[in-house]
Design a protein around this ligand. Structure first.
Ligand code: ISE
Length: 337
């Protein structure tokens, strides 16, 4: 089976997904591309062999030659396009965040529940990253005992001038919120947020330090530092009752030169998570072929969960106190079977 994929938005991530579907996975072809920048759409279409340039996102979703839709347009458009794809009963892979607010994410959850079928997957690709997967498999063997703490570090080399501390919580940290829920197999119930004093206050966004509690009582701490300067660096260590398990550096080479041993850091997340994106996109295609969701996939409910934790985190930062995460009731469609 060949899934005919339509891609809405071919900026950084959309263009990457289009290349992955065209060249790096089995069972897909790029049927149509839409981007608000027509030149960019044409360039990615010719690079990926796309058959069609759609006139609008709506016409791409409605196109009978498009079986499934990737949404990688600006964040505020994710939920409306996801809802349109669900209305057309087409599987959708939506880049994170699923929606601009938890309320809007719940609309996607409600629409999918009404369909009675999980058709939406959110692009929380870390669930497919081999080191995170191995970390989870290790503690699940039982040898380490129960998880007590999960230390997370998320550093970007630099952030654009418009980036704010709120965006560090609403846009960057959701990766950790999702991977913590995935790793610990339970929800996050409380969050507190702090920022250090800094000599360069007022210039660059300072790091944000988050402490969360899980439903089973484990603690999660997350450093989000969007102006770390030295490179892209994601770390994680799970501290369990009898030992710990930490992420290694995948695909990093070690150089010995001039009396020094060194490893390089990438400029952004794409090299670090290249394999995770590939595995995620392949799993999405396989799920479409099987007509049942991938068990590791982030569902619309997971997209909602990340959004509601981020909203509690923003309140925690602004109000200077720990805030409880008030999750809606989980619809039956998303209960584990
Ligand atoms: C960026 O916004 C992303 O979405 C990437 O997936 C993430 O790894 C990166 O750190 C973020 O800045």
């Amino acid at each position: 089976m060949t899934v005919r994929v339509g891609v809405i938005g071919v900026g950084v991530m959309g263009a990457d997904h289009a290349r992955i579907f065209a060249r790096e996975v089995r069972g897909a072809e790029i049927a149509a591309i839409y981007d608000a920048d027509a030149k960019r759409a044409a360039a990615v279409a010719s690079e990926t062999g796309a058959r069609d340039l759609a006139a609008s996102p709506e016409s791409l979703i409605a196109d009978r030659n498009v079986d499934a839709v990737v949404i990688a347009s600006p964040d505020s458009t994710h939920a409306p396009f996801a809802l349109a794809a669900l209305a057309a009963r087409k599987p959708v892979l939506c880049e994170k965040p699923l929606a601009a607010s938890s309320r809007e994410a719940l609309e996607v959850v409600a629409a999918e529940s009404r369909l009675g079928k999980r058709l939406a997957q959110v692009g929380f690709m870390r669930r497919y990253d081999p080191p995170y997967v191995a970390m989870k498999a290790k503690w699940k063997t039982g040898a380490l005992g129960r998880p007590l703490m999960f230390h997370c570090v998320h550093r970007n080399a630099s952030a654009p001038a418009f980036f704010t501390a709120d965006m560090a919580i609403a846009n960057s940290a959701p990766h950790e919120f999702d991977v913590a829920r995935y790793m610990l197999d339970c929800d996050l119930t409380e969050i507190a947020a702090f920022q250090p004093a800094s000599a360069s206050a007022g210039q660059l966004v300072k790091p944000v330090f988050l402490i969360l509690r899980s439903a089973e009582g484990a603690l999660v701490d997350v450093e989000v530092n969007v102006n770390a300067a030295y490179g892209y660096d994601v770390r994680g260590e799970l501290v369990c009752e009898r030992g710990t398990v930490a992420l290694g550096a995948p695909a990093a080479i070690e150089v010995n030169l001039s009396h020094t041993r060194s490893t390089a850091y990438p400029e952004d997340w794409r090299p670090r998570f290249a394999e995770a994106y590939r595995l995620q996109d392949q799993a999405w295609l396989n799920a479409i072929e099987r007509d049942s969701p991938d068990e590791r996939a982030a569902s619309a409910w997971d997209g909602y969960a990340a959004a509601i934790v981020a909203e509690a985190g923003l309140r925690a930062l602004h109000e200077g106190r720990a805030v409880a995460v008030a999750m809606a009731e989980k619809p039956g469609l998303y209960q584990k079977r």
